[in-house]
Design a protein around this ligand. Structure first.
Ligand SMILES: Cc1cc2nc3c(=O)[nH]c(=O)nc-3n(C[C@H](O)[C@H](O)[C@H](O)COP(=O)(O)OP(=O)(O)OC[C@H]3O[C@@H](n4cnc5c(N)ncnc54)[C@H](O)[C@@H]3O)c2cc1C
Length: 382
């Protein structure tokens, strides 16, 4: 049967449809732009509609915004903080859940550095989940695994982009033993971009999109391989292309799971702007913004509180320097040109020459100067 799960344009690539199909009629593939798309086998599909009924693109779900306590915080453990993108809250939440015999579902890499959702039951499994991977992550299979864990009665922490949290909630509903944390999300670029970028590197052992070797605010792309590659967000062509907003999934330009649409217990992000708001909370090693949305989120946050330095903040202050909390990224007017290049399979360097150009030395110097001034003003305020 020829069946349409949703209208296509609003598919977020969560892959929940593949997990729920009782006939095994849905597999996960990639569209010509390189984004995750379900593929329906017309021979196996009986048109039962189960996939459409749970699809987060079709459903209107109740957001979890009864409460909005907001904090700036970071892990006291320097090593955790160093390896995390922001202040290391993810690792603290995850360690706590594991210490209570639970499981953590979050994003790691497969052997070819494709981002994928996985389950960790041991602290060693958390290491690869640390750090933001600025690429679309495959989630097929994870919802069923999380449901199994929940059914066995153990506490489960699920961390991902707001659309993947929406998919999980659509599937399992609200469970007493489930804590969900979503991310303040800029949007996800096509996985083809990272594939192309890594094609030119040999013996790759690790990829960090948020290395803090130049500091948290001037984060860097670092790749360990036969050669070590490291460039800051001002000059790295992958990060520049990601931040150009030409490479994102179409639904990311109009995300319905941010603003008033979050469905999580907690939202985690970078506390950009902290040097102006609470200067004492910024040492350029990473500060998290945490939004506590539910009572379960409050309990989870309180359980790790003694492992962090915490300062209460406000929703307005978090949003003032971090538009991504409430707004989707604006589409680059040359978005179609970018995807024409992807579809023509142009090499990474050619694409980056158009979309990943480095910031000028003058602009970088000005950014660094502004940060230095803020740091001095912060010290005076203190
Ligand atoms: C694609 C993307 C865009 C983001 N955009 C913003 C933004 O605009 N503003 C902002 O303030 N914060 C953004 N973040 C969130 C931020 O980068 C940190 O992930 C967050 O602050 C948590 O950091 P941490 O120090 O607590 O832990 P970390 O150890 O850095 O935690 C990383 C967490 O993110 C999950 N994760 C990593 N990659 C992915 C992925 N591709 N898809 C889903 N989950 C993933 C991991 O499973 C882990 O749970 C984004 C994250 C991602 C993945």
């Amino acid at each position: 049967m020829d069946y349409k799960i949703c209208d296509g344009a609003s598919c977020v690539g969560c892959a929940l449809c593949a997990d729920v199909c009782p006939h095994g009629a849905i597999t996960i593939g990639f569209d010509p732009k390189g984004f995750i798309r379900p593929v329906v086998d017309p021979m196996a599909c009986v048109g039962c509609g189960i996939c459409s009924s749970v699809c987060p693109a079709n459903r209107k779900m109740t957001p979890s915004d009864g409460k909005r306590d907001v904090y700036a915080c970071f892990a006291l453990d320097c090593e955790v903080r160093k390896r995390s993108s922001s202040g290391g809250v993810f690792r603290l939440l995850a360690d706590d859940v594991l210490s209570r015999g639970g499981s953590v579902a979050a994003v790691g890499f497969d052997k070819d550095f494709h981002a994928v959702y996985k389950i960790a039951k041991e602290p060693s499994g958390l290491d690869e989940m640390m750090g933001s991977k600025y690429t679309e992550a495959r989630a097929d299979g994870i919802y069923k695994k999380v449901r199994e864990e929940l059914t066995s009665g153990v506490p489960v922490l699920f961390v991902g982009t707001p659309c993947r949290v929406a998919a999980l909630k659509s599937f399992v509903g609200d469970r007493d033993n489930l804590i969900t944390a979503d991310l303040i999300c800029h949007g996800v670029p096509t996985g083809r971009l990272l594939e192309k970028f890594l094609e030119g590197k040999s013996g790759v052992r690790s990829v960090s999109f948020r290395s803090k070797e130049r500091g948290w605010q001037e984060f860097s792309m670092r790749i360990e391989g036969d050669e070590t590659y490291s460039r800051s967000l001002y000059s790295d062509p992958y990060l520049r292309t990601f931040l150009s907003n030409a490479a994102l999934r179409d639904t990311c330009y109009n995300c319905k799971f941010k603003g008033d649409g979050y469905l999580s217990d907690l939202t985690l992000g970078d506390y950009w702007g902290i040097s102006s708001v609470i200067p004492s909370m910024n040492d350029d090693r990473g500060t998290s913004a945490v939004i506590v949305r539910t009572e379960r989120g409050r309990e989870a946050f309180d359980r790790i509180r003694d492992k962090m330095r915490v300062a209460p903040s406000t929703y307005g202050d978090i949003c003032s320097a971090n538009a991504a909390v409430t707004k989707s990224s604006a589409k680059n007017p040359r978005h179609d040109e970018f995807f024409d290049m992807i579809e023509r399979d142009e090499p990474f360097d050619k694409i980056a020459d158009v979309f990943g150009r480095p910031v000028s030395c003058k602009a970088v110097a000005s950014e660094r100067f502004k940060r230095a001034v803020k740091k001095i003003l912060g010290k005076i305020k203190r």
